[in-house]
Write a protein that binds this ligand. Structure first.
Ligand SMILES: NC(=O)c1ccc[n+]([C@@H]2O[C@H](COP(=O)([O-])OP(=O)(O)OC[C@H]3O[C@@H](n4cnc5c(N)ncnc54)[C@H](OP(=O)(O)O)[C@@H]3O)[C@@H](O)[C@H]2O)c1
Length: 250
C-alpha cells in the first residue's frame, strides 16, 4: 500500500482524496494545507511521517518552498502545480542534492498525454501531404485566467516541430488574411467546459479532426495517482514523458 501525503487541499487535492477512497493500493495518510484547520499546517517530519510520496497541487507562490521542504525530508514527490518552470534547473539541483525521486507534468491526464503522442504521429503524416491545412481550437470554462491553454501551446509546439510548411502559431484574432506558414489556434471561453482541444487537418476534399474532451478533474487526479505509483522507489528528475514512454509499448 503506497502511503501518500497531499500538499494542497483545494480542487485537485480533494479529487485525489475522493478517488483514493475507491482504491486499495494507495492511502492518503497526511493532508497539508495551511488554511484548512482539518489539515497539517506545514511540511515537516510530523506531517511526512511514514509517507512514501508527496503529491503537490498548490499554487505557484508556494511550490518552490514546498519542493525544498519535501526534498530535505528525503521524500519522493509528484508536482502538478504549474507556474515554476523558469526554475526547472534549480529544482533539478534540489532533487539531485537530496537524492529523491521527482516527477512533474503541466497536465497529468493520461488521455491528454496520449493525445500528444497521437498528434506527433498525425503531424508527421500530414507533413507529407501539402493539401492539408491545419488549425486548432481550445475551449475552456469562463473562469480560466489564461489563453491559449498550456495544453494548446504544447499541441502547437508538436505541430510546428513536425510540419515543415508551418513556422508560426497565431492565437489572436486576425484582422487580415492568414499567411500560409501560420497555424491558427483559437480559444473559446464559456460556461463550465473542463477543457476541449481540437486539431483539424483540412484539405479541399475532406477534413480529419482529432479531439480530446476532458469530462472533469478526475483525469488529472488519476494521472497524478499513477505518477505517484511510478515514482515510488525511484531516484532522479522525471517528467510525465518519461512515465508515458514506460507505460506505452510501441
Ligand atoms: N498538472 C496538472 O495536471 C494540473 C491539473 C489541474 C490543476 N493544476 C495546477 O495545480 C494547482 C492547484 O490547482 P487547484 O485547482 O487544485 O487549485 P486550488 O483549488 O486553488 O487548490 C490549491 C490549494 O493549495 C492550498 N495551498 C496554498 N499554499 C499552500 C501551501 N504552502 N501548502 C499547502 N497548501 C497550500 C490552497 O489554500 P488557499 O486556497 O487557502 O490558499 C488551496 O487549498 C494550480 O497550479 C493548477 O494550475 C495542474
Amino acid at each position: 500500500m503506497l502511503k501518500i501525503a497531499l500538499i494542497g487541499y483545494g480542487k485537485m487535492g480533494r479529487m485525489i482524496k475522493q478517488l483514493s477512497e475507491q482504491r486499495k493500493d494507495i492511502e492518503i495518510i497526511s493532508i497539508i494545507d495551511p488554511q484548512d484547520v482539518s489539515c497539517f499546517a506545514a511540511i515537516n517530519e510530523e506531517s511526512l511521517k511514514d509517507v512514501d510520496v508527496a503529491i503537490d497541487f498548490t499554487y505557484p507562490g508556494a511550490i518552490m518552498e514546498n519542493i525544498e521542504a519535501v526534498a530535505k525530508l528525503g521524500k519522493n514527490m509528484v508536482v502538478g502545480t504549474t507556474g515554476w518552470y523558469d526554475k526547472i534547473d534549480t529544482v533539478k539541483e534540489i532533487v539531485k542534492q537530496n537524492n529523491i525521486g521527482f516527477i512533474w507534468a503541466s497536465n497529468f491526464s493520461i488521455g491528454v498525454n496520449l493525445f500528444f503522442k497521437m498528434m506527433g504521429n498525425a503531424s508527421k503524416l500530414i507533413n507529407r501531404f501539402d493539401d492539408y491545412d491545419i488549425y486548432g481550437i481550445e475551449m475552456h470554462h469562463n473562469q480560466k485566467k489564461d489563453s491559449p491553454s498550456g495544453t494548446a501551446k504544447t499541441i502547437g509546439d508538436i505541430l510546428l516541430k513536425n510540419i515543415d510548411r508551418k513556422t508560426e502559431i497565431v492565437t489572436e484574432r486576425l484582422d487580415r488574411q492568414i499567411k500560409p506558414e501560420e497555424l491558427h489556434i483559437s480559444s473559446v471561453r464559456a460556461g463550465t467546459i473542463p477543457g476541449t482541444h481540437i486539431v483539424g487537418f483540412n484539405s479541399p476534399v475532406d477534413e480529419i479532426q482529432l479531439k480530446h474532451t476532458a469530462k472533469g478533474r478526475a483525469g488529472f487526479a488519476n494521472g497524478a495517482i499513477t505518477a505517484s505509483k511510478w515514482i515510488e522507489g525511484k531516484k532522479g528528475f522525471y517528467s510525465i514523458e518519461d512515465m508515458m514512454k514506460d507505460i506505452i509499448v510501441d
